[in-house]
Design a protein around this ligand. Sequence first.
Ligand SMILES: Cc1cc2nc3c(=O)[nH]c(=O)nc-3n(C[C@H](O)[C@H](O)[C@H](O)COP(=O)(O)OP(=O)(O)OC[C@H]3O[C@@H](n4cnc5c(N)ncnc54)[C@H](O)[C@@H]3O)c2cc1C
Ligand SMILES: Cc1cc2nc3c(=O)[nH]c(=O)nc-3n(C[C@H](O)[C@H](O)[C@H](O)COP(=O)(O)O)c2cc1C
Length: 432
Amino acid sequence: MSSTAWALAASLLWLAATCYWLRPLWRRQQTTGEHQTLVVWASQTGQAERLGRQALRALQAAGQPAAGLPLGRLTPAHLLACRQLWLVASTYGDGQAPDSAQAFEHRLMPQGPALPELSFALLGLGDSQYPHFCAFAKRLESWLRDKGAQPLQDSIYLDNQDPDGLVRWHASLAQHTGIHALPETDEQPWQPVALLSRSALNPGSPSLTAYHLSLQADGLGPWQAGDLLELQHAGQRRLYSIANLGSSKQVELLVRHVMKEDGSQGLMSGWLCQQAAPGEQLEARVHHNPSFALPESPAPSILIGSGTGLAGLRALLQEQLQRGQPSWLLFGERSPEHDRWLASELDQLTPQQVLLQRCFSRNGAADAPRYVQDMLRDHSEQLHDWISVGASIRVCGSMAMGQAVDSILQGLLGAAAIKQMAADGRYRRDIY
Ligand SMILES: Cc1cc2nc3c(=O)[nH]c(=O)nc-3n(C[C@H](O)[C@H](O)[C@H](O)COP(=O)(O)OP(=O)(O)OC[C@H]3O[C@@H](n4cnc5c(N)ncnc54)[C@H](O)[C@@H]3O)c2cc1C
Ligand SMILES: Cc1cc2nc3c(=O)[nH]c(=O)nc-3n(C[C@H](O)[C@H](O)[C@H](O)COP(=O)(O)O)c2cc1C
């Protein structure tokens, strides 16, 4: 062999060895997409995701090759490759992580790697009317600090979308990107909508009266099942689950007329359910809530709720019917005589379309299930069967119902399985 051939062979050998030893590093860069700047959100009803995506667009507009993802998909490899982390996290339930981030908190946070090379900026979203204000975002901050990560600035904890805190967050983004006119969030503009019709869902019920409302919604952007409608009237803003698919110009809601112990009524629900005459206008915008949407791949669905929770479930059920997928709907209210909400519509569906089970907390029969969680427990075998063929679970309605259902599901399916289903988008809740 000539000396040139020897030199060539030696170079090839060196190259092969280098490739071999660098394999783990390359693999890590492939999985993290080589992004040293990450924007990560933990969101239950979409606000944190909207602000996270806005930060992502600002960083990208400044020429930084940033990537964005939900916290539930963040891995130790991402964290090790990342140098700058922008984090927007809300708190839900009673100081808990949003559903999609619970597996991250329980599995990754107790053990994750040391992160001495990471800098982070954190925006927590919360509401100080809850006893554990921004508790999850605060746990994230102390975890990052324990891991040796350095804060780029003081963390910002926003109380109920407090505008001053938002200005500080935007200022820090502007400082790091050099971009002062930040991209808009994908919040929809307010549109006028008119009340078209209102009918009581439960006349004579021992529960507070709830109404099925239709609003004329010509200017509203499209919505998908799972989205919310934000209403604004007389300086008040409230969220409502949209109860129909976004293919028509009418948006439907199921609203409970709130009456308080002192005899006063809820500001928004009182206006919607009593004062407003048909034709009267208010402002509305669609509040996208992608985490409550059905999973992309068609599959059976277990829809669980009580009271006005039927609103969000009805839109999902309509989508399931369009997809030709079966649903199991478990609905709870008070009175068997007066609380068969939307009976004329639901009772005409075939058992192949929907397996409908109702329960009533004031049912006279001693052996009848009273709450939706009782029905789940009584049909645990059926629950396992549905889950084993890939069914997803959606829960909509009151906090108390959502928590009772969560604990029975954890008991029946296992806490780890439930957290994994939440991380995979197969278990999601819209509870309030
Ligand atoms: C994700 C989500 C989905 C919902 N879906 C539905 C649904 O489908 N159907 C339904 O009936 N309800 C739904 N709600 C509840 C709804 O948003 C209202 O809370 C409910 O109608 C009572 O509002 P109210 O104005 O009548 O009562 P109020 O008692 O006047 O207000 C209710 C709450 O709003 C807050 N609030 C009061 N005044 C102010 C103020 N000035 N500024 C800011 N906040 C204030 C307070 O925390 C108060 O507890 C949902 C809530 C959420 C968060
Ligand atoms: C049912 C429910 C429970 C909540 N629990 C808390 C809480 O324990 N602590 C808190 O600070 N905020 C709490 N909040 C307020 C949310 O964190 C706040 O509305 C936030 O903007 C939601 O952001 P998201 O849309 O990204 O989930 C709660 C809100 C709801 C509707």
